[in-house]
Design a protein around this ligand. Structure first.
Ligand code: LLP
Length: 421
């Protein structure tokens, strides 16, 4: 559920007409709903009620500080994957004790930043990383709390580019080697082993792969405890999918996910952490764009928008489907026609949808891409020298620009031309 609904024939973001935002900030832009972000956070939080738990928002999904502060103030922790994300979370007021640090390639500098500023735990992904972290922590006179990410070799049944839990993926250590790696970690100075971490992929629409992975984690917990390790925290990753296509069966809800977690892991008396990104931010954001031209091609009509693949890359990168709806509500029974919805960037991959059935649209009409809150703005670029598009946050009847559109000069002046050129 989200808070982008038609009212009196117009699309609203909570209590603000989307067209008013477009008039104020120009198109294209991203707009997020505070109520939707909080609703999704609370759904997860409540789904794990009864277990000692923390919902650590995977901020890679949408990392604007206004979003981080909204969630952080509600009690969320953060899952960060770079020194930049760590700094952003801290700048948004999230305390270090609520930040977990994931990722396969943490540098010594990034480790230092987190150890200095405070960290809940590092989710360590390899033995070389473990050794590096040990050396860094010892050099600072600190002890780094760690979980070790295991790769359970489970097929997440999602798009290959966002599956992470198969043995061919770069993530984690093979679960079969876990006991040896934990023994190694226990012998390294400056590390405190506190638990296990797992994340098998993103946009999962079925609980079965999660359950298979968590069952393996449960078995491993028992084994590692028998080996003498303290396993008191399980980080279960993120990955629960959202309904991009409203006509498809809805994926399981956080409540179903929570019940499965309790069933599979509840008896272990561990604290659990989850790292949802998409489910919190995905349906909390739209990308709004304007039709520049409607062009008739050979047997097809192209809807040429002012938004492009550099602003929202998911369709080009993962063949992802996003609902595209007019900002003026079509009257009931309006006939639909097929459009190829494209952007102005000079490659054919700059296609958002093919043969998408939509009501007839004309130049200057506004459209909204649904489910664009996660992996939208954060994955954008300035390809074709198109300035990054603004982000707007709505709360009730107020809205504010939370990242402004750079001017052309700001964009261009980042280059320097050496005198010898
Ligand atoms: N935890 C870890 C360790 C992750 O790698 C990820 C996502 C998450 C949590 C959050 O997963 P979520 O709940 O958002 O599914 N750009 C792609 C998605 C990449 C996901 C990468 N890791 C997309 O647009 O679909």
């Amino acid at each position: 559920m989200d808070h982008f609904l038609y009212r009196n024939g117009a699309l609203y973001a909570e209590d603000v007409p989307v067209a008013d935002i477009a008039a104020a900030v120009g198109t294209p832009f991203y707009v997020y709903s505070t109520a939707t972000l909080l609703r999704h956070y609370h759904l997860f939080d409540e789904a794990l009620e009864g277990m000692d738990h923390m919902v650590c928002y995977a901020m890679k999904a949408a990392s604007n500080q206004a979003i981080l502060k909204t969630l952080g103030d509600a009690g969320a922790g953060m899952d960060v994957v770079s020194g930049g994300e760590y700094r952003r979370a801290r700048a948004a007021g999230v305390p270090g004790e609520r930040i977990v640090f994931s990722g396969v390639g943490k540098t010594a500098d990034e480790m230092r930043t987190a150890l200095e500023g405070g960290i809940r735990q590092f989710n360590v992904e390899s033995e070389p990383e473990m050794e590096m972290l040990s050396a860094v922590a010892v050099s600072m006179g600190k002890v780094a709390p760690i979980t070790i990410r295991v790769n359970p070799d489970v097929d997440a049944k999602t798009h290959a580019k966002i599956a992470t839990g198969k043995s061919e993926n770069k993530f984690g250590i093979p679960i079969a080697r876990a006991r040896a790696v934990y023994a190694h970690a226990a012998n390294l100075a400056g590390l405190e082993v506190i638990g296990i971490d797992v994340h098998i992929g993103s946009q999962l629409t079925d609980l079965t792969p999660f359950e298979a992975a968590y069952q393996k984690v449960a078995d491993l917990t028992v084994q590692l405890r028998a080996d003498g390790h303290t396993i008191r925290r399980l980080d279960l990753g993120g990955g629960l999918g959202i309904p991009y296509e409203r006509s498809n069966a809805a994926p399981p809800l956080p409540t179903d996910y929570g019940a499965m977690v309790k069933r599979t892991l509840g008896h272990l008396e561990c604290e659990v952490e989850i790292e949802p990104g998409r489910l919190i931010a995905g349906n909390a954001g739209l990308m709004v764009s304007k039709v520049i031209y409607v062009k008739s091609g050979e047997g097809r009509d192209f809807l040429i928008l002012d938004g492009a693949m550099n602003d929202l890359i998911r369709p080009a990168m993962y063949d992802a489907y996003h609902d595209i709806i007019p900002v003026v509500e079509p009257e009931a029974g309006t006939e639909q026609q097929p459009y190829d919805v494209v952007g102005p960037v000079c490659e054919s991959g700059d296609t958002f949808a093919k043969r998408r059935m939509m009501p007839a649209l004309a130049a200057d009409d506004l459209v909204a891409f649904r489910s664009a809150g996660a992996y939208g703005a954060v994955m954008s670029s300035e390809y074709n020298s198109r300035p990054l598009i603004p982000e707007v946050l709505v709360k009730g009847d107020q809205f504010a620009v939370i990242r402004s559109r750079p001017t052309f000069d700001e964009m261009i002046n980042r280059d320097t031309i050496p005198e010898w050129v």
